[in-house]
Design a protein around this ligand. Structure first.
Ligand code: PLP
Length: 400
């Protein structure tokens, strides 16, 4: 009989979106007359179609694949040089220098934030913000690693800061944050970089929502902080930036400076390890997708992406205005597609979920699904259409 990885027994059922779907379905069955009235502002998936540059790129690359002279089979596991350079150029236009050689192309920030745990031994102390994107907790739990949490609360504007009495080896940061929409400023990120340097810790920085940062003084990459290349790996994705949730393209930067000692004193480079890991277990992102992604990452391509992002941010403004009118405290919606608001006094997030579904047929995401600190908060997303978002918030305004 195989001995199974019993750490899987400790992973909570992926209950959040399944439970949301179950409750919505039950409501639809009980109220068929209202089923068509439901507005979904829950799931973090985009709705705008691919941009012109993306579509053009996809078509061109498909055409290349139809001719023997231009056909491409297996590509470099790390990604084609032309797209790694396009990523570095995109960083550079945002004021950050990244060596294209340290860029690894992948099929998702989910895959890479999940797989990176393989590089770290079992007995590390992993520090994870709460609330946050659940993948960091689940993947470390699957590995049997020890997780400690740092609280994101109203008191710290959902931006936990380093505590020198806590000794962590690996630190996850997600900025702009999913689900709270809170975004670290440069001084705050510098405090994390200083903490990591002092503790010889590694920061795993998830910048999946960097393109939504609208305040120019806020950093969109941890590498905007001096010294971060000595302590941080960064994960980013075109999923939300370019509507690639179904197309799949992401990049991870692993600086060559990240070198640590093995238990017997040998030098181990995280860049070399990740390169070895990827070339052993991954055969690369499809050429067609990489080609389209390079077009998306160009100046013209990004300008088109920003038009879609402005569309979403207009929804965020509508949601935020309604909450403000009702004096409901919230974060997000300015540098992030997410808005995180406080449930009415005494109401837990799942109760509010049922209440909104029942009374106004609006579906959001209960904060409890992102950690214990989300118990009294609720997430709305701006990824819907203008019409539906406006309608949802009109109903919301009448209800409260
Ligand atoms: N990181 C964060 C913080 C996210 O919220 C998401 C998706 O919702 C991802 C990563 C996953 O991105 P990808 O689609 O590139 O796997």
């Amino acid at each position: 009989m195989p001995k199974l990885n019993e750490n899987y027994l400790n992973v909570q059922d992926s209950y959040l979106f399944a439970e949301i779907a179950r409750r919505v379905k039950a409501y639809e069955e009980a109220h068929p007359d209202k089923a068509g009235n439901i507005i979904r502002l829950g799931i973090g998936d985009v709705t705008r179609p691919l941009t012109e540059s993306a579509v053009e790129g996809l078509h061109e690359a498909v055409d290349e694949q139809t001719k023997a002279e231009t056909f491409r089979g297996y590509g470099p596991e790390q990604g084609y040089e032309f797209v790694r350079r396009a990523v570095a150029d995109y960083y550079e236009r945002n004021g950050v220098k990244v060596d294209p050689d340290t860029v690894f192309i992948s099929d998702g920030a989910k895959s890479d934030t999940g797989n990176i745990t393989e590089l770290f031994a079992q007995d590390n102390v992993i520090l994870v913000p709460d609330p946050v994107y659940p993948v960091y907790v689940d993947t470390n739990t699957m590995d049997g690693k020890k997780i400690i949490y740092m609280n994101g609360t109203e008191e710290n504007n959902f931006l936990p800061m380093p505590d020198d009495s806590v000794k962590a080896d690996i630190i996850y940061l997600c900025s702009p944050n999913n689900p709270t929409g809170a975004c670290y400023n440069k001084e705050q990120l510098k405090a994390w970089v200083d903490y990591a340097a002092a503790n010889e810790a590694v920061i795993l920085f998830d910048s999946a929502y960097e393109a939504f940062v609208s305040e120019p003084e806020l950093p969109r990459s941890i590498y905007a902080v001096e010294g971060a290349e000595k302590c941080a790996i960064e994960f980013c994705s075109l999923s939300k930036t370019a509507g690639f949730t179904g197309t799949r393209f992401s990049y991870t930067v692993v600086p060559k400076e990240l070198v640590f000692s093995s238990s017997d004193g040998r030098k181990m480079s995280l860049y070399d390890m990740w390169n070895r890991r990827q070339s052993t277990k991954f055969n690369g992102t499809p050429y067609i997708i990489q080609y389209a992604a390079a077009k998306v990452l160009s100046e013209k391509g990004m300008k088109e992406c920003m038009e879609n992002i402005s569309y979403y941010m207009e929804n965020a403004r509508v949601i935020a205005d309604t909450l403000r009118k009702k004096n409901i405290p919230f974060t997000g919606g300015v540098n992030s597609p997410y808005i995180w608001f406080k449930c009415p006094e005494g109401m837990e997030s799942w109760e509010l979920f049922d209440y909104l579904l029942e009374k106004i047929q609006v579906v959001g995401t209960p904060g409890a699904g992102f950690g214990v600190n989300g118990k009294y908060h609720f997430r709305l997303t701006s990824f819907g259409t203008h019409e539906k978002t406006k309608e949802a918030m009109e109903r919301f305004e009448k209800l409260f």
